[in-house]
Design a protein around this ligand. Structure first.
Ligand code: ZN
Length: 871
């Protein structure tokens, strides 16, 4: 029986009070913090209404209204709630004095200790651990914050907004006052106190305002901040150029924190980052990590408008800020680097993670209707699928109208809390001036927000050779919970058509077809005198987040793999062919002619692509992830799929050994260029190493060991990856070398922990136990936990071993993590969400382990996910 209480969207009611301003005073003492909060409260209703404030483990010392202490009959309080029975009916000041204990807070929510410094995480509901407050996003206030602490222990005292005052006090103490002129919800509150060093820079906005940029890090980390600063400046410039949005405070502060549940947090004017997403240079981070850091810095910066200036009315609207901001950071990276490749990377991520979530028990809509723990909804559906919905809107409206719509939305809702419907309606109004002019069905489009699961589209073609007309029929299927209703969505489909004999030139290029009914036909008749059945290229640029099935033939896909001028579609054709080959091999129906044709197509691609297409080539050569292979089978045998996918790589490595050798010699000259230059070549070398090492190339194994000590982290990690599947002395040697080099750098060492935990040919569980007991392992750092325990889930043969020991071990560890950090545990337990899809033996054993977690005394966060998984 579930004891969890859920929150429902339909239960939303406006809060009966406004809190236009709040003054917070933090007195940081040796083993506790005293918090005074003075809130100006304005009742919205004429009659008196109870004032209910949320709390979490707060010790109340004093409560007064308009300077008068309340007596015990006038209020009720427990550590997690404060109710004032008859507050005044006109504007009043509520003053609370309370105590909190951040020093023993391991949840990494509210105010807590990380490596000697005090820091906060308030999204989604952490502010209630700091002081009693409504703690809901639709209550926006002006915050003024005073912090007082010991000068030696906490020389740096930070909060949101601009610095108003700082000064020294008696007893070696000091104080600082921060003022944030922009009203914000409590989840954007932040405070940092500790021994930190500052790296400063400046930025001049388009209108000529000077912004102080400050990055705060632990001593010794200053040298790793330049990449973050450069990225921030690029993001500030891009948002001015593309969206016309400028930064609004005098200071922009970023703090790097080792113990952090999330990637980063967009607190107004005081971003707090997981140190892994700030501290980086080419020696300590891979090219992919540098690009990711650039995009996360930009993401948090972009939130200043989409999230902070306009926030969410309630947590059901989470995708309003996240979907839109992910879309903005994806566009930023796309504009800065290579749009075709960026699209491939984003789609690959979506398919491996969001599509997998959509197929499983934790599947939910972009706008869910209820939740138990909101922390469980920070998912790829809210973020990445949410971004796909915005991308479809951009495609349907066209770039110009889309921008007009966004600007109108920002003007309309600046300084307030909005809903996803507010966003869509104002976007359309701004784009078309009048909703009636909208060229697609808005009601059907909104189903993207309300329906869960990945829609399927079936495509069939017929060719009229006499009239040179290609007839294409489309059918959409949505797996709706409302099975009695006919749910239709607006599915934009970008397509092109190629003549088979025209040497790869398209005869119809990049047209938009809108599938907005269950069934709809398309006639392509601009094929001047074409006699042969043309080749259709659809869902170009991955124009909708759907799964499609077509009647295209193997030859069509081979043609598109060689000729399609859309990066995504070309890559996708190769992925389809590779999935087909691996699937046939697993089913013991080896299709030799397909293997032969595909390998020839790869050889031809290597020959035809220029060296400056290295990035595309390495993507074309990358095989589909296990999460994309599993759905091809009714019952998933994870170990078998893993082995066959490895065999397929061995096959490719053997068949194109010579071509890869020559290619790697040709591009080696370019790998020492500075990021982002040389990125494609480095990526391609890594891909080649993986194939050649699997094919038993002794020279490459030696090259890989040498690369560990090179000055490029990209090359070192590519080398580790290439050696990983091998049971060879070089693998051992490389791993030891890497550890010796980086044992004093916790950010880099996490990647070593993940590597060791996921390496096959190791005595799985024993190795993991040793890693967890390692002197450099930090149980309080979610990055370290994810590295080892998450890494073990990728050690396919150990984790999925049919005696169930791997599952059982994982269950025990999740229960342990849950005791310290429920948010991290509830995310990790999703490792078990696919249990029903496995072959019987694995399914039974995994089920037993889930039951074990369910029987344990676990947090409500983790219980919500476990119950969904068991359903
Ligand atoms: Zn975000």
């Amino acid at each position: 029986m579930s004891t969890n209480k859920s929150t429902k969207l339909s239960d939303y009611v406006e809060y009966p009070f406004l809190i236009p301003s709040i003054y917070l005073d933090f007195d940081i003492c040796v083993d506790l913090v005293e918090v005074q909060s003075s809130m100006i409260i304005e009742p919205k209703l004429k009659e008196s209404s109870r004032l209910i404030l949320q709390g979490n483990q707060i010790k109340l010392l004093s409560i007064s209204i308009n300077g008068k202490e309340l007596n015990s009959e006038e209020y009720y309080n427990s550590p997690d709630e404060l109710i004032i029975f008859n507050p005044p009916i006109s504007k009043f000041e509520l003053k609370l004095i309370s105590q909190i204990d951040p020093f023993r807070n391991t949840s990494l929510e509210g105010l807590y200790l990380s490596s000697g410094m005090l820091t906060t995480q308030c999204e989604a509901e952490g502010f209630r651990s700091i002081c009693y407050h409504p703690d809901r996003p639709d209550i926006l206030s002006n915050f003024t914050v005073r912090v007082e602490a010991d000068r030696d222990l906490y020389p740096i005292l930070l909060s949101n907004g601009n610095k108003k005052y700082s000064g020294n006090l008696n007893n070696n103490r000091h104080e600082i006052v921060w003022d944030d002129p922009f009203p914000k919800p409590s989840y954007l509150f932040a405070l940092v106190a500790g021994k930190l060093n500052t790296v400063s820079d400046k930025y001049v906005t388009k209108s000529g305002r000077l912004i102080d940029i400050k990055i705060y890090v632990e001593t010794g980390d200053e040298k790793y901040t330049q990449h973050a600063i450069t990225s921030l400046k690029k993001a500030m410039k891009w948002d001015e150029d593309v969206y016309g949005l400028e930064y609004d405070l005098d200071e922009y502060k970023i703090v790097a924190v080792r113990h952090f549940n999330m990637g980063a947090m967009e607190n107004k004017g005081l971003n707090i980052f997981n140190s892994k997403l700030v501290l980086a240079d080419a020696e300590t981070a891979t090219d992919d990590e540098l690009e990711r850091i650039e995009s996360v810095i930009a993401h948090e910066y972009f939130h200043n408008w989409t999230g902070n200036r306009i926030t969410c009315r309630d947590w059901f609207q989470l995708s309003l800020k996240e979907g839109l901001t992910v879309f903005r950071d994806q566009s930023f990276t796309s504009d800065l680097h290579n749009s075709g490749i960026k699209r491939i990377e984003d789609v690959s991520f979506l398919r491996n993670f969001q599509f997998t979530e959509d197929k499983g028990p934790t599947s939910h809509a972009v706008k869910p209707k209820e939740y138990v723990a909101i922390d469980n909804f920070y998912t790829t559906t809210i973020y990445e699928k949410g971004a796909e919905l915005i991308r479809m809107l951009e495609l349907l409206l066209g770039k110009e109208k889309f921008m007009r719509g966004i600007n109108f939305y920002i003007k309309t809702f600046d300084g307030s809390a909005a809903t996803t419907e507010d966003f869509i309606n104002s976007l359309i109004k701004g784009a078309y001036l009048d909703k009636a002019n909208c060229t697609f069905n808005l009601t059907k489009f909104l189903n993207w927000y309300y329906e869960r699961g990945t829609p399927k589209v079936y495509v069939n073609q017929s060719w009229d050779s006499k009239k040179s007309i290609l007839n294409v029929s489309f059918e959409q299927k949505i797996n709706s919970d409302k099975s009695n209703e006919n749910i239709e969505m607006v599915i934009p489909i970008l397509y092109s058509c190629y003549g088979r004999e025209k040497g790869g030139e398209p005869i119809v290029e990049d047209k938009l077809f809108i599938l907005d009914k269950n069934k709809k036909n398309l006639q392509i008749n601009a094929l001047n005198g074409e006699k042969d059945f043309p080749v259709l290229s659809i869902f170009r640029r991955f124009s909708s987040p759907v799964i499609w099935e077509t009647d295209l033939s193997i030859d069509d896909y081979l043609f598109l793999f060689l000729n399609d001028n859309d990066c995504f579609s070309r890559w996708d054709s190769g992925q389809i062919l590779m999935r087909e080959i691996i699937k046939n091999n697993i089913n013991k129906h080896v299709n030799y002619s397909l293997e032969y044709s595909f390998i020839n197509a790869i050889k031809e691609t290597i020959k035809s692509l220029e060296i400056n297409d290295s990035l595309l080539l390495s993507n074309l050569l990358t095989i589909p992830g296990l999460a994309e292979l599993e759905p091809l089978f009714e019952k998933v045998d994870p170990i078998n799929i893993y082995k066959e996918s490895l065999n397929f790589q061995v096959l490719i490595g053997n068949k194109i050994h010579q071509e890869l050798r020559v290619l790697s010699e040709n591009i080696l000259v370019n790998i020492n260029q500075q990021w982002p230059m040389g990125r494609g070549e480095r990526k391609l070398i890594g891909t080649i190493w993986s194939y050649l090492a699997l094919a038993g190339d002794e020279g490459v194994k030696k090259d890989c060991v040498e690369a560990i000590v090179s000055s490029s982290m990209t090359m070192a990690r590519s080398a580790l990856r290439a050696l990983k599947p091998l049971d060879s002395p070089e693998t051992e040697e490389a791993s030891n070398l890497f550890y010796d080099l980086w044992k004093e750098n916790p950010v880099v060492l996490d990647s070593w922990f993940a590597y060791e935990a996921s390496r096959p040919h190791k005595q799985g569980i024993n190795v993991i136990e040793k890693l967890l007991a390692h002197s450099k392992f930090d149980w309080k750092a979610p990055n370290a936990i994810r590295a080892v325990i998450g890494g073990f889930s990728k050690n396919i043969e150990s984790f999925h071993s049919i005696d169930g020991q791997g599952y059982l071990f994982m269950a025990e560890k999740i229960i342990e993590v849950d005791k310290i950090n429920p948010i991290t545990a509830s995310r990790m337990v999703k490792i078990f969400s696919k249990w029903k899809t496995y072959i019987d033996k694995n399914k039974e054993e995994m089920y037993k382990s889930i039951l074990k977690i369910n029987k344990a005394n676990i947090s409500s966060n983790t219980r919500e996910v476990v119950e969904l998984i068991l359903k």
